[in-house]
Ligand binder design. Structure first.
Ligand code: S3P
Length: 444
């Protein structure tokens, strides 16, 4: 699963995005669907599963722990659950590739098993902070060794029992919350997590769909260990984080009118829509409905004149993965956009503040990194371009964001190190080309 670095995107300038398309299934929900289905009693049938490298890494991990899984086949997966105590020891370390969600959630889920297991990842994942999960899990009685700097590999040793925890999270992180709650399934008594700001609640919603009682009061969510999960049917909506590239692309490219079908609009994920609308975007939600406990809608987006804004801090956790795309919108907006309170962006698949600032500067846009955000002054992309060469640093969301920038650039853009687009959005280039982006994939 090691990341290859030989895929480049070559983007022709100009164009418009038109027509209708369906983005792949939600990554966060796909991970959780495999995890809970594996621990459930009975079969779970999943539709709309994301066949990207990240969620496939989670699927492969459970396969190696003895869970029978059919698929994915066109997004359909059938999991024969083994029950809460039915996992078996894998025959070696579990390689989770580039996937932070797999590693952090599995650390919690595996802390209460009766066998030892080691979690490893690629270079990027092996640099990402893991103490945010290993510290609260240790408070529950878990034994997890990491490197001296608190990074992977994570070696999880079995312990006689875990205790419930009342945990006030220092960072607003759905991965940390989910990791603690998943360990809480195996802990004695009640486990509660209080979030400093509301984060995505897919774990809570899905536990409920599998029949497990979860209690929420304001920013505190609690469950009691020792219960059971029952297999069910799940329909996974399109990933709003993948739709975000098209929301931005269509907003900035004159003449665009695009319909994105069946996209998840969970209120804990819609920051990108709120922020783009505040900038003046023309985004309409059509035919709102629910599936598997998650709200979804078709989204129509047309080109609009965008203006720079100060991004409200309360939107940061609701748009945490969409900022690379939002920065491209800011670069095409009139005036200045300022983001603060988003230091978490520095510890994603890349340092997304620095890498985006470097790429925007390369395209002649004034983008000034701040310790916890960025200041971007809108202008003409590519006007003082030296080479038009962007380095995506192996970060899928950086690669796809700069691909959309081509729609408003005055010259061609070349983006290197794009292979990891496969982690969250297989088929991105074909889908984008089909609705009007001048994108070509070049393998060096
Ligand atoms: C995720 C939570 C977020 C997000 C990540 C997926 C999840 O991470 O950035 O891509 O599925 O729980 P944090 O919990 O670190 O904010």
């Amino acid at each position: 699963m090691a990341a290859v670095t030989d895929l480049r995107f070559q983007i022709a300038p100009g164009g418009a995005l038109t027509g209708r398309l369906r983005v792949p299934g939600d990554k966060s929900i796909s991970h959780r669907s495999i995890m809970l289905a594996a621990l459930a009693e009975g079969e779970t049938h999943i539709g709309g599963f994301l066949e990207g490298a990240d969620s496939l890494a989670t699927l492969a991990a459970f396969h190696r722990m003895g869970v029978a899984i059919d698929g994915p086949d066109a997004g359909r997966v059938r999991v024969r659950g083994v029950g809460m105590r039915g996992l078996s020891a894998p025959d070696g370390a579990l390689d989770l590739g580039n996937s932070g969600t797999s590693m952090r959630l599995l650390a919690g889920l595996l802390a209460g098993q009766s066998f030892p297991v080691t979690l490893v990842g690629d270079d990027s994942l092996s640099r990402r902070p893991m103490r945010r999960v290993t510290d609260p899990l240790a408070m529950m009685g878990a034994r997890i060794d990491s490197s001296e700097t608190g990074t992977a590999p994570l070696r999880i040793e079995p312990v006689p029992h875990l205790s419930g925890l009342d945990y006030a999270m220092p960072v607003a992180s759905a991965q940390v919350k989910s990791s603690v709650l998943l360990a809480g399934l195996y802990a004695a008594g009640e486990t509660c997590v209080t979030e400093p700001a509301r984060t995505r609640d897919h774990t809570e919603r899905m536990l409920t769909a599998f029949g497990y009682s979860v209690r929420r009061q304001g920013c505190k969510v609690c469950l009691t260990g020792g219960g059971r999960l029952s297999g069910c049917r799940l329909a996974i909506p399109g990933d709003i984080s993948s739709a975000a590239f098209f929301l931005v692309g269509a907003s900035i490219a004159p003449g665009s009118d695009l319909l994105l079908e069946a996209v998840g609009i969970n209120p804990t994920r819609v920051g990108v829509i709120n922020i783009l609308r505040a900038m003046g975007a023309d985004i309409e939600l059509i035919d709102r409905r629910t599936a598997g406990g998650e709200p979804l809608a078709d989204i129509r987006v047309c080109c609009a004149r965008l203006k720079g804004i100060r991004i409200p801090v309360d939107q940061v956790p609701l748009a945490i993965d969409e900022f690379p795309a939002i920065f491209i919108a800011a670069a095409c907006a009139e005036g200045e956009t300022v983001l603060t309170g988003a230091e978490e962006l520095r510890v994603k698949e890349s340092d997304r503040i620095q890498v985006m600032a470097d790429g925007l500067n390369q395209l002649g846009i004034l983008a000034e990194p701040l310790p916890d955000g960025i200041r971007i002054v809108g202008g003409q992309l590519g006007s003082t371009m030296t080479t038009g060469d962007i380095d995506a640093h192996g970060d899928h969301r950086i690669a796809m964001s700069f691909a959309m920038a081509g729609l408003r650039a005055s010259g061609p853009i070349k983006i290197r190190d794009c292979a990891n687009v496969e982690t969250s959005f297989p088929g991105f280039a074909d889908l984008a080309a089909g609705c009007g982006l001048g994108i070509e994939e070049v393998r060096a």
